[in-house]
Design a protein. Structure first.
Lengths: 580, 86
C-alpha cells in the first residue's frame, strides 16, 4: 500500500460503524428538528426564556460556536503566514470546523427568534449603527471568506480524487476541481489566491468575535458594558478553538489511523498554544472582575455577587476550574502532556468555555439595570434538544466531510515532505562539511584504461589480474569513449552458446538486447558507449543518485575537457560514508 | 466531451452564483446607506447613522472586492489553463 493511500481510504471505504454513528446522530438531529417545530408552533413560551432573561441557551450557543470558529481559519492563516511547516497536517481539519460551526452558530440566532419569518427585516431595514447589523455583516463575510479559504487548498486534492474515483462522485470532483492539472500557471494562481486569503481572513476573524462581544458591550447592562470585551472574546474564541481542534484531531487520528500524519508533535505544539491562551484568558478574566469589584457600582455588584457567591456561583467556579485549573494540571506536568492529556485538557476547556458564555449571558440579564424583578432561567427540553441537535449536526456534517474530501491536505503534506528532504540535504551540507565530499576526493586515480584497439582477450586478462569489473576505453588524448565491463567480455566468450546466453540473460548482461547485437574482437567493438561519466567536482550525493538511477557499478570521472581522471565504484561510496 | 461541456457549464454557473451573491451584498450595503441617509434627515438622534453606514459599507466593499478578485482568479485563471471545449 502506498504511503498516501491511508488518506484516501476514508473516501473509498465506509464501515458499519460509520453508518451506525451517522444514524444515531441523525436521530438526535431529527429530534431537535421536532423540538424546533414545537417551538415554532407554540412560540418562545415553550422555552425557559422570559422577561428579563430573554437570552439563554441559544445565545450562549451562538457565542460558543462563533468562538469555536476561530479554530480553523484564524489559526490556519496565522500559521500559514508565519510559514509554520508543522501546520500542514492539521489546517484542513481546523478549517472545516470554522465553516461548519459558523453555520450552526447562525442557526442559533434563528432559533432565538420568536418570529423567524421577520429575519429579512434586518436586511431590508437594517441600519448600520446597530451592533446586530454589524454581527450579520461580519459573520456573513467571515463565512464567505472561510468557505473560500477552505476550498482553495482543497482544489489539488479534489483533482487527485477526480483521477482516482469512478461514477457520479468523479463527476462531482470534476466540477469542483476546476480543471486542475497542476500546471505551473495554475500553481502560481492558487498560491497567490491562498496568500491573499490568508492575509484577509485574519482581520475578518478578529472583527467577528469583537463584533459578537459588542452585542453585549454596546448595551449598558451590568457587567456587559466593558471596554475589554472585544479582546476578551477574541482570546476566549481562539482558546476554545484550539481546544476543539485538539479533540477533533485526536478523534480522526484514531478513527482513520492517521498516526503518521497527526503526530505527537502537532498535539505538543497546539498544547503549548493552548496553555498560552489559558494564561491570557485568566489575565483577561481577572481584569474584568477586578475592575468591576473596585468600581463597586451597585448594579454591577449584584451581578458580580450572583456569580461569585450567589445562584450562578457553581457555574462560575466550575468555569474557572475547567478553563484554567484542570487544563493547567495536564499541560504543565510533563507526564500528563501526552495526547490523552491534551484531549482531557481540551474537553475541560470546551466545557468551561461554554460555561463562560453562559455566565456572561444569563446572570447579567437576571439582574438587570432597569427596575425589573430579579429573573431566573431554567432551560426546557426544547432548548436542551436543540443544543444536542447542534452538536449532533456538527459531528454529522464533519463525518460527512471526511467521507467526501481528504481531511489532511495531501498535496501540501507532499510538498512539505519534498521541501523537508531538500532542506535536510542543505543543512547536512552546512553543518557537516564532511558530507561535502566530491568525486575527486574518493575516486581511484590510477585507472587502468584501454584503447579501442585493445583486444578482448587482453582486456579479460587485465580484469582478472587486477580483480576489477570494468575498464574505460580512451582515445589518444585520454578522452573517454566508452567502457568495457566484465559482462561484455563474458558475453563475447559465450555468445555462441545461445541457450546459455538466454539462461544467464539479465544476470550477467546489464542491457541484453543491445549487448546481444554487439560482437567483435576489440574494445572499440564491444564497449558500451557513451560511458556514464561525472565531473571531478560532482558531490557524493549526486554520485549516489546516479548509481541508484542507472543501476551501474562504476562511474568514470572526467575533467572539464572530458579526459579520464579516475573512477568511482560503489565500494568507494560506502567507504566514504563510513569515514564521514 | 459532452461531460466536459456540462462540467464547464456548472463551473461557470458556480461563478455566476458567487457574483450574484456579491451583488446582493452590495445591494444590502447601498440600502443600508440609504436607510442611514433617511434617518439622518428624520432625526438628529440618528445623525451618526449615515456616517456609520458609509464607513462600514466602504470596509465591506473592499473585503468583498478582494473576495471577488480571488474567485475570478480561480475561475478565469485556472479554468483558462484547460483545453477549450468546442
Amino acid at each position: 500500500m502506498e504511503r498516501e493511500d491511508i488518506l484516501f481510504r476514508p473516501m473509498e471505504k465506509t464501515g458499519r460503524r460509520f453508518y451506525i454513528s451517522a444514524a444515531i446522530l441523525g436521530i438526535v438531529v431529527l429530534w431537535a428538528f421536532y423540538a424546533y417545530i414545537s417551538q415554532l408552533r407554540s412560540g418562545l413560551g415553550v422555552t425557559g426564556l422570559n422577561r428579563p432573561v430573554f437570552w439563554g441557551f441559544y445565545i450562549t450557543n451562538f457565542v460558543f460556536f462563533i468562538g469555536i470558529s476561530h479554530a480553523g481559519t484564524l489559526i490556519s492563516a496565522i500559521l500559514r503566514i508565519t510559514n509554520a511547516e508543522w501546520r500542514k497536517s492539521i489546517t484542513r481539519s481546523a478549517e472545516v470546523i470554522t465553516v461548519l460551526v459558523l453555520g450552526i452558530g447562525g442557526m442559533n440566532i434563528l432559533m432565538d427568534l420568536g418570529r423567524p419569518d421577520r429575519v429579512l427585516n434586518i436586511v431590508k431595514y437594517g441600519r448600520f449603527h446597530s451592533p446586530l447589523v454589524w454581527d450579520l455583516v461580519s459573520i456573513t463575510t467571515y463565512l464567505t471568506a472561510s468557505t473560500l479559504y477552505l476550498y482553495l487548498p482543497l482544489i489539488p486534492d479534489i483533482a487527485l480524487l477526480r483521477d482516482r474515483m469512478n461514477g457520479p462522485r468523479r463527476f462531482i470532483y470534476n466540477v469542483l476541481s476546476l480543471g486542475w492539472r497542476g500546471t505551473d500557471g495554475q500553481q502560481r494562481i492558487l498560491q497567490r489566491a491562498i496568500a491573499i486569503m490568508a492575509i484577509l481572513v485574519i482581520p475578518i476573524a478578529v472583527s467577528v468575535h469583537t463584533v459578537v462581544s459588542y452585542v453585549f458591550a454596546m448595551t449598558t447592562q451590568p457587567m456587559w458594558h466593558s471596554a475589554i470585551f472585544g479582546p476578551y472574546f477574541v482570546v476566549g474564541a481562539i482558546f476554545s478553538g484550539i481546544a476543539a481542534i485538539i479533540i477533533i484531531m485526536a478523534i480522526i487520528r484514531r478513527v482513520y489511523h492517521l498516526e503518521e500524519y497527526l503526530r505527537p508533535v502537532h498535539f505538543k505544539n497546539l498544547g503549548i498554544l493552548l496553555f498560552v491562551m489559558a494564561c491570557l484568558w485568566l489575565y483577561f478574566t481577572l481584569n474584568e472582575y477586578l475592575t468591576t469589584f473596585y468600581g463597586a457600582e451597585p448594579v454591577h455588584m449584584k451581578v458580580f455577587y450572583s456569580k461569585f457567591t450567589g445562584r450562578y456561583a457553581p457555574f462560575f467556579w466550575l468555569m474557572v476550574m475547567t478553563c484554567f485549573v484542570i487544563p493547567s494540571i495536564f499541560l504543565v506536568n510533563k507526564r500528563t502532556r501526552t495526547i490523552s492529556g491534551m484531549v482531557a485538557a481540551s474537553i475541560s476547556i470546551t466545557a468551561g468555555m461554554w460555561l463562560e458564555r453562559f455566565v456572561i449571558v444569563v446572570p447579567s440579564l437576571a439582574n438587570p439595570r432597569l427596575p425589573y424583578e430579579r429573573g431566573t432561567y431554567f432551560p426546557t427540553w426544547v432548548e436542551w434538544s436543540l443544543m444536542a441537535g447542534c452538536f449532533a449536526l456538527f459531528t454529522l456534517l464533519y463525518m460527512a466531510f471526511t467521507k467526501l474530501f481528504p481531511i489532511v491536505s495531501i498535496w501540501e503534506v507532499r510538498e512539505s515532505r519534498e521541501r523537508g528532504i531538500k532542506e535536510i540535504k542543505e543543512r547536512v551540507r552546512e553543518y557537516l562539511p564532511g558530507m561535502e565530499v566530491l568525486a575527486r576526493d574518493i575516486m581511484t586515480r590510477d585507472v587502468i584504461a584501454v584503447t579501442p584497439e585493445t583486444s578482448v582477450s587482453e582486456i579479460g586478462r587485465l580484469l582478472a589480474s587486477h580483480r576489477i569489473s570494468g575498464v574505460p576505453v580512451v582515445d589518444k588524448y585520454n578522452r573517454v569513449l566508452g567502457v568495457v565491463s566484465e559482462s561484455d567480455v563474458i558475453f563475447r566468450e559465450i555468445r555462441h552458446e545461445l541457450t546459455l546466453v538466454e539462461r544467464l540473460g539479465n544476470i550477467i548482461l546489464p542491457e541484453p538486447r543491445s549487448e546481444i547485437e554487439r560482437q567483435g574482437n576489440t574494445a572499440g567493438e564491444i564497449m558500451t558507449s557513451p560511458a556514464v561519466t561525472a565531473e571531478e567536482l560532482t558531490p557524493i550525493t549526486e554520485l549516489m543518485e546516479i548509481f541508484r538511477e542507472r543501476k551501474i557499478k562504476r562511474i568514470i570521472i572526467v575533467d572539464k575537457e572530458g579526459r579520464l581522471s579516475g573512477i568511482v565504484s560503489r565500494i568507494d561510496i560506502v567507504e566514504a560514508i563510513e569515514r564521514i | 466531451m459532452k461531460e466536459e461541456r456540462v462540467v464547464r457549464y456548472i463551473q461557470i454557473s458556480g461563478a455566476a452564483l458567487f457574483y450574484a451573491f456579491v451583488g446582493a451584498v452590495m445591494a444590502f450595503l447601498i440600502n443600508g446607506i440609504r436607510n442611514g441617509w433617511q434617518y439622518r434627515i428624520a432625526s438628529s438622534e440618528y445623525e451618526m447613522s449615515f456616517s456609520f453606514s458609509v464607513i462600514i459599507s466602504a470596509v465591506i466593499f473592499i473585503v468583498f472586492s478582494v473576495l471577488t478578485y480571488v474567485v475570478s482568479l480561480l475561475f478565469w485563471g485556472i479554468l483558462k489553463d484547460k483545453p477549450r471545449v468546442k
